[in-house]
Design a protein around this ligand. Sequence first.
Ligand SMILES: NC(=O)c1ccc[n+]([C@@H]2O[C@H](COP(=O)([O-])OP(=O)(O)OC[C@H]3O[C@@H](n4cnc5c(N)ncnc54)[C@H](OP(=O)(O)O)[C@@H]3O)[C@@H](O)[C@H]2O)c1
Length: 291
Amino acid sequence: MRVFILGGTGSIGTAIVRELRSRSHDVVALCRSEVSEEKIRNLGAIPYRGDMRAPEAWVNDAIDHDAIIQTAATFTEDMGDIDARVVSALLHASANATKTRRLLYTGGCWLYGKTGDEVATEGWPFNPLPAFAWMVSHAEKLLRAEFLSTAVIHPAMVYSEDGGVFEEFIDAARGGRTIEIWGSPDTRWPIIHRSDLARAYCDLLERHDLTGHFNAGAEQGVRVSDIVKTLADRHGNTLEPSILGVEGLAERHGDWAKGPTLDQQMSSHKLRQATGWEPKTGDYRLSDLLA
Ligand SMILES: NC(=O)c1ccc[n+]([C@@H]2O[C@H](COP(=O)([O-])OP(=O)(O)OC[C@H]3O[C@@H](n4cnc5c(N)ncnc54)[C@H](OP(=O)(O)O)[C@@H]3O)[C@@H](O)[C@H]2O)c1
C-alpha cells in the first residue's frame, strides 16, 4: 500500500513508520524541517516537505495515496484549529478523489474522561478534557465522509523503549530525584508499548472494511503507584514519591495536565476481535524499557 503519514517523526508515528516499512508498504511522511526529513529517511520512508498549518499545499498529493494516517499534533494552544484545517482539507480533497481512501485518525484514551472502576469500551460516552474536545467532532466528521473509509484509533498511554509517558518517572528515578505523581497514586492508566500500538495501526490500516472507533491498549488499567515503584526499584531509587494535587497543575502546565490524573480503564476487546491483534508486551514490567 502507498501510505501518507502525518506525524511520522513523533513518538507514535516513528513506530508506525517502522512497522509499515517492515510490512513493505511505501511510506511518504509530512515533514516540516530538515531534521524531520532526515529522521524519515533513516526510517526508510520518503519525506514530503509541508506543514499541518498549511494543508492546501500538500493535501492533494496526500489524498493520491491508498491510505492516510493522521497522528500529528502541534500541542500548541491552537492545536484544535490546526487539526480542523487538516480535517477540512482532507474532507474536501477526498470528495474530489476518484476512489475511496483508507484513513486512520488518532484520538486517545483521555477522550473518555475518568472511568474509575468501569472499563471504557468504544460505546462509552465521550467526556473529553476541554483541551482535546475538538478530536471527537473531527473524528465524527471523518467517519461520516463518503469517500473515506475511516477508523479512529484511541491509544492508551504510550510508553516506549525511550520512556514515552514514563519518561519523567524514569529521569527522576535514574537521576536520584524524587518522582512526582500528578493527582493520586491510585490513578489507573491504560497503557501500551508503542511497537504494539504501531502493529494495531497497521492491522487496522490493512482492513478497509473496519471503520469506526477502536481502542488500543495492552493493559486495561495499571496503578501509577505500581509503575512508579517498578521504575524506582529498577534504578535503585528509594525516595518516597511526592504527590502533586490536581489543583494548580492545569494553571502551571495547561489543561492537558489533567489527563494523567484521570483514573481510567479501557478495553481493546473490539480491536482484538476484529483484527486478531494481540500485544507482544502484555506486561510493561517485562518490556525492553526495563531490560
Ligand atoms: N503519546 C501518547 O501517550 C498518546 C496517547 C493517546 C493519544 N495520543 C495522541 O497521538 C497523537 C500523536 O502523539 P505523539 O505522542 O506521537 O506526539 P509527538 O511525539 O509530539 O509527535 C507529534 C508529531 O506531529 C508533528 N508535527 C507537529 N507540528 C507539526 C506541524 N506544524 N506540521 C507538521 N507536523 C507537525 C511532529 O513533527 P516534528 O518532527 O516536526 O516535530 C511529530 O511528528 C496526538 O494527537 C496525541 O494526542 C498520544
